[in-house]
Design a protein around this ligand. Structure first.
Ligand code: MN
Length: 225
């Protein structure tokens, strides 16, 4: 009899914990808003020495978190709450546009890397790059040169149109090629917060190193989808 009572009590106690944990989780979800900070598909020190742990922690944990939080605040209680991220970037302006654009940009940016990767693309993406630039090396040179020439903060993207034609797109500040009806395939963040701690003002050195951590499988999937 005593054993049954203890068992019953422990079941009730367990249920209470489960219910309260669930309530806390629900509350946190509501607080977090529609969009959540993406989880990195690698540890924060995995991209060293190309991108340091300190830069990753600051860039993802502080900068991107700030953009996501500001975006959630900006859309709260508006019709934009019902749109997906790309639609918000296409249709918004001002502060909402800046934060939505930077959330989209960084979600694409952080998920295109992997430790000990790099090399060159294969398959249809490789064919498309070769037919446009002649070689992968020529593409990299053009991409890096255009990125180096961007004045101030922004991004350089490899993008494709509806017919799979590739182009290099420079975007100022938090913009993204989706505003031009293009699909972003690969993007380098040219804001100083992306490289200053590791490379100081040497943007080109940073860009040249980034090729060593590109996960081409991810980029190829973006191209064929
Ligand atoms: Mn950034």
């Amino acid at each position: 009899m005593k054993i049954i009572k203890i068992k019953t009590l422990s079941i009730i106690f367990g249920l209470l914990i489960a219910i309260s944990t669930n309530l806390i989780a629900q509350k946190n979800t509501e607080k977090a808003g529609k969009f959540e900070l993406i989880t990195l598909p690698y540890s924060s020190d995995a991209l060293e020495p190309v991108i340091s742990k300190t830069t990753i922690e600051l860039h993802h944990g502080k900068h991107l978190r700030g953009y996501v939080n500001n975006l959630n605040k900006a859309i709260s209680g508006t019709d934009f709450e019902n749109l997906d991220l790309e639609e918000i970037v296409k249709k918004s302006n001002g502060g909402m546009f800046n934060n939505a654009g930077q959330t989209l940009n960084h979600n694409l940016y952080f998920t295109q890397f992997a430790p000990k990767s790099g090399g060159s693309p294969s398959g249809k993406l490789a064919d498309a790059i070769n037919s446009k630039w002649g070689s992968f090396e020529a593409f990299k040179e053009d991409f890096t040169k255009q990125g180096a020439g961007l004045f101030g903060s922004g991004w350089v993207w490899l993008a494709k149109d509806a017919n799979d034609n590739l182009s290099i797109q420079l975007e100022a500040n938090g913009s993204n090629p989706v505003v031009k009806g293009l699909k972003p395939i690969l993007g380098f963040d040219l804001w100083e917060h992306a490289y200053y701690l590791d490379y100081q003002n040497k943007r080109v050195d940073h860009m040249n190193e980034l090729w060593n951590i590109i996960n081409w499988k991810v980029v190829e999937n973006r191209f064929v989808k």
